[in-house]
Design a protein around this ligand. Structure first.
Ligand code: C5P
Length: 322
């Protein structure tokens, strides 16, 4: 139920347009358990928000509408199936407000890329409509609504670096001394379907092509994120690089074998480590510093192994009014 928040979030409806910026996510660790009865896989993941952003602007209106520009414009349905519209409706339902807003999305995060772009936009819609309507919900309230919209949406309400469990929707922040990590994000031509990649992992595990999950353990994921969390605390890029790990990677590589060449090219260009981001096909590379991140991005672009390579840093905040 709606309750006013005790923090300093706006409680009055905004008079002008509300602009919200929301980051992409990568997974520094992604441990995948067996498929559950509801079809989702139990996860143990370390989320990390990086400085590649979408921007959502919300204005007053008599109905709920969505327009967009940038990545995916013309491909993405803007109707009731769109996660942004579903997020606005969920907030309206939860607060008893009429779902009235004119929303405009400027997308830089590509679709079906393993960067949670759609989930980011849903988180942005919750934050933007909360400010536009003056409903003043806390981050925790917004994250609770977010969990029903998608597994990654609660994390993008918070941002930073966080541990995700359950199907990814149960998020707790990682408290670490502040440090900035430098990444190169290699965007592929075309996306990969997340359900397809999870299904491929199940298949590879059933045929023994990747190790089967231990059957003796009640929780095969226990401890999986520990090594990564310990590495984060050391603030040494070489140490973090050695701990990065994604159990969906073999499945993404199986469906898109050319990603092996992208990973190889990043390594040749001087990256400490490269890995597939989430369910892919984006590959991310850890660089020793920002200067070398720029060099690696330039090398990958020249090598022609990806559509575009961006530099980014993390961690950054989640969906916020700009
Ligand atoms: O939660 P979300 O809608 O983003 O998930 C998209 C799809 O990814 C799910 O329908 C499911 O096939 C797969 N998935 C999964 N296990 C998770 C998260 C997602 O199998 N923990």
């Amino acid at each position: 139920a709606w309750r006013p928040d005790e923090d300093d979030r706006p409680r009055l409806a905004a008079s002008g347009p509300v602009k919200v910026r929301v980051p992409a996510k990568i997974n520094l660790h992604l441990g995948v358990g067996p498929a559950r009865d509801d079809g989702y896989h139990e996860l143990s993941t370390v989320y990390h928000a990086i400085s590649l952003y979408d921007e959502l602007t919300a204005r007053r209106g008599d109905t709920l509408t969505l327009t967009m520009e940038g990545e995916g414009a013309g491909e993405l349905a803007l109707d009731e199936s769109n996660l942004v519209i579903r997020a606005a409706r969920a907030l309206a339902h939860h607060t008893g407000m009429p779902a009235h807003a004119r929303l405009h999305l400027r997308k830089q995060i590509p679709l079906s890329a393993g960067l949670a772009g759609g989930s980011a936009d849903a988180a942005a819609a919750l934050v933007a409509c909360d400010a536009l309507w003056g409903t003043g919900l806390s981050r925790d309230d917004l994250a609770a609504i977010a969990a029903d919209l998608g597994s990654d949406v609660p994390f993008l309400v918070y941002g930073g670096t966080a541990l995700g469990t359950g199907r990814g929707e149960a998020v707790s922040p990682v408290l670490a001394r502040p440090n900035t990590w430098h990444w190169v994000v290699a965007i592929a031509d075309g996306g990969l379907s997340t359900p397809d990649v999870y299904r491929e992992l199940d298949r590879l595990r059933s045929t023994g092509e990747v190790p089967r999950l231990p059957t003796h353990s009640t929780n095969p994921l226990l401890g999986g994120a520990d090594r990564l969390l310990a590495a984060l605390r050391q603030r040494d890029p070489a140490v973090l690089g050695a701990a990065l790990d994604n159990e969906l990677q073999p499945a993404a590589l199986s469906l898109r074998p050319s990603l092996a060449g992208v990973l190889k090219a990043g390594h040749a260009a001087g990256a400490l480590t490269g890995l597939v981001s989430g369910s892919g096909p984006t590959c991310v590379f850890l660089a020793p510093d920002s200067r070398r991140a720029k060099e690696i991005a330039d090398d990958l672009t020249v090598a022609g192994v990806c559509r575009v390579a961006y530099t980014a840093h993390g961690p950054v905040a989640g969906a916020r009014v700009a």
